[in-house]
Design a protein around this ligand. Structure first.
Ligand SMILES: Nc1ncnc2c1ncn2[C@@H]1O[C@H](COP(=O)(O)OP(=O)(O)OP(=O)(O)O)[C@@H](O)[C@H]1O
Ligand SMILES: [Mg+2]
Length: 241
């Protein structure tokens, strides 16, 4: 792990997101300060509606702040337009959604190749890199399957392969273990831990305290604010999974 003086991969400074609903303002993010460094595995905890997904959307260039700053890889990107945000999403962000969002008509291999379609690599190289990512998550034996022909744990692994195929600067996972049984939860955490060990920062939203225990750092949110941010000895994933 890098020392704490390293430049954060991503940083939020006094980040605010206000949704205007009729004549009521919803302060979904209410002055968030957060620095995320290479090699960190961060669990985001907090009650429903506390702003976890909103924060992930900001970190992942899926939405823009009302005020405050987003610094990504040392650059102030708070004001960038839709085109540049799309570039960052395609090239620098690996997103794993709870529902995995795999496209049902595409095969496993095609699903994992998809992010590369937007980043100007040849089809041959895209396929090669997708195969590597699938082998990383132990799914190379299912490349011709469609998502409906996979188990929940396998879908999760394909979604993880798709998230890393672009060599992103950070992996963002919103409830990645929400739909899995305990064996696949451990397997999926093991995979996220191995990404962290390779130096990739991993940010994971979870409702599950047991899942949060695997992260080295826990950030708790309430009402759009970070109310606790602490380091812990991340649990080791049992070798037998
Ligand atoms: N597009 C939107 N328009 C208006 N309000 C929104 C929008 N998205 C989120 N909100 C509100 O912002 C607040 C934070 O929502 P967010 O989705 O970030 O919560 P969360 O912590 O992810 O909750 P959960 O654990 O239920 O997923 C909530 O009060 C929600 O109703
Ligand atoms: Mg959410």
């Amino acid at each position: 792990m890098k020392d704490n003086d390293s430049v954060p991969v991503v940083e939020l400074r006094d980040a605010r997101k206000i949704y205007r609903m009729g004549d009521e303002d919803v302060h979904a993010l209410d002055g968030v300060n957060l620095q995320i460094r290479a090699g960190e595995f961060i669990a985001i905890l907090g009650p429903s509606g506390s702003g976890k997904s909103t924060m992930m959307h900001m970190l992942g260039f899926m939405d823009t702040l009302t005020s405050g700053k987003l610094i990504f890889e040392g650059k102030d990107v708070s004001g960038v337009g839709a085109g540049q945000r799309a570039w960052y999403r395609a090239n620098r962000i690996g997103f794993i959604f709870q529902a995995f969002n795999l496209l049902p008509r595409l095969t496993v291999l095609e699903n994992v190749m998809l992010p590369l379609v937007y980043s100007r690599v040849s089809r041959k190289e895209a396929e090669e890199r997708a195969r590597q990512a699938l082998s990383r998550v132990a799914m190379e034996h299912r490349i011709a399957h469609r998502p409906s022909e996979l188990s929940g744990g396998e879908r999760q692994r394909v979604a993880t392969a798709r998230a890393i195929v672009n060599n992103p600067g950070i992996v963002l996972a919103d409830e990645p273990t929400g739909n899995l049984d305990s064996k696949n939860v451990r397997r999926s955490l093991d995979l996220l831990c191995s990404l962290r060990d390779d130096g990739l920062p991993v940010v994971m939203v979870t409702h599950d305290l047991g899942v949060a225990k695997y992260a080295g750092r826990v950030v708790e949110m309430r009402d759009g604010q970070i109310v606790r941010d602490y380091l812990q000895d991340g649990l080791r994933v049992p070798a037998e999974i």
